[in-house]
Write a protein that binds this ligand. Structure first.
Ligand code: PEP
Ligand code: MN
Length: 345
């Protein structure tokens, strides 16, 4: 349920509404807004009676049921867009945000060269896996703590924010110490213990769509993180499994506007894992800008042929710089459209 208070409702009225909510056996999940307060309510009980009673309570303008199964991430809960801050830039705001970097952090030289190259080309956030989810247990599993330390060094050198994958609820505190944004990989989208613990991690979370997950399941996973206390979730389309074998995954490009209709959370596109092929990244990146994604997360490596993971889909630093400059006219149109949208609300 959401309870929308009248503009300038008094503190006493708000407190009284919260007491009534508790009397009905529900819990106040969040209280948002200053001039116009909106109270988010969760729990199980007789909704109809509760809504009727709250609508008659002083200070209340409207009491509404949220019909979507994902409550706090739905457009029913918040009409506009949520903008999420990561190290001085905002995803879901008026800037198209580029995140770039290697699949895995491999060495100091590799991550420093990449960080400097992508920062010079206009990226705002450096990606790089220190804990890697590999299909084979015999493949490189990541540098772990050493990788996190190298990411911190790259941040100190370039000022870029850091996004890195978190694979286990046991490592949340450690990764949160180094990361500006916690990445949940496709394989962990429904690791509910991990999602719950990210509710309290104090960092934004980029949640990647599972390779066999529906859009509804992605939103339900986002709801786990928000329901456990962290409203700062960014969604990522990274391709799903289909019968098609020409690409590593099938990029569900429609997922971006579908998500924009269903949720206020920002949505980014990962053209690298969606295709698995370097040559396809620029075209899909243009599509991502055109379709209204809030940003891209792209794999870049100084020498893809030597990459320990995902070399075939990694751009070189020169490829990335070229793509960034080719994207400029598209991003200009994106910015104009976004400015119009933000001015209209
Ligand atoms: C990655 O970002 O390197 C990665 C493993 O992605 P995904 O979880 O989408 O497969
Ligand atoms: Mn990868």
């Amino acid at each position: 349920m959401i309870i929308s208070m009248r503009p300038h409702a008094t503190r006493e009225e708000i407190n009284h509404v919260c007491e009534r909510i508790a009397e009905f056996g529900y819990k106040v999940h969040s209280i948002e807004g200053e001039e116009r307060v909106v109270i988010g309510v969760v729990g199980i009980g007789d909704v109809t009676i509760c809504l009727e009673s709250l609508e008659a309570t002083p200070g209340v303008e409207r009491a509404m049921r949220i019909s979507a199964p994902y409550k706090f991430v739905s457009k029913e809960f918040r009409k506009g867009r949520s903008a999420i801050k990561i190290n001085g830039c905002e995803i879901g705001g008026d800037e198209f945000v580029m995140m770039a970097g290697p699949c895995s952090v491999e060495s100091e030289k590799q991550i420093m060269d990449t960080a400097e190259g992508v920062a010079a080309a206009g990226a705002r956030i450096l990606r790089g896996g220190a804990f890697k989810p590999r299909t084979s247990p015999y493949d490189f599993q990541g540098l772990e703590l050493e990788g996190l330390k190298l990411l911190r060094k790259a941040k100190e050198r370039t000022g870029l924010g850091i996004i890195t994958e978190i694979m286990s609820d046991r490592d949340v505190e450690l990764v949160a110490e180094y990361a500006d944004c916690m990445q949940v990989g496709a394989r962990n989208m429904q690791n509910f213990a991990l999602l719950k613990s990210l509710g309290g991690c104090g960092r934004p979370v980029l949640l990647k769509r599972g390779m066999s997950s529906t859009i509804k399941e992605l939103l339900m996973s986002a709801e786990y993180i928000v329901a456990h206390g962290n409203p700062n979730v960014i969604l990522c389309e990274r391709g799903i499994r289909t019968f098609e074998t020409a690409t590593r995954n099938t990029c569900d490009i429609a997922a971006v506007p579908v998500l924009n209709e269903l949720t206020h959370l920002p949505v980014v596109l990962d053209p690298s894992h969606a295709t698995g092929k370097r040559s396809l990244i620029p075209a899909l990146s243009r599509a991502g800008v055109a379709i209204g994604a809030d940003g891209l997360i792209v794999e870049v490596h100084p020498c893809p042929e030597k990459a320990v993971s995902d070399g075939a889909q990694s751009l070189t630093l020169a490829d990335f710089a070229r793509m960034m400059s080719e994207l400029k006219p598209y991003i200009r149109l994106w910015s104009e459209a976004r400015a119009r949208e933000l001015a209209a609300v």
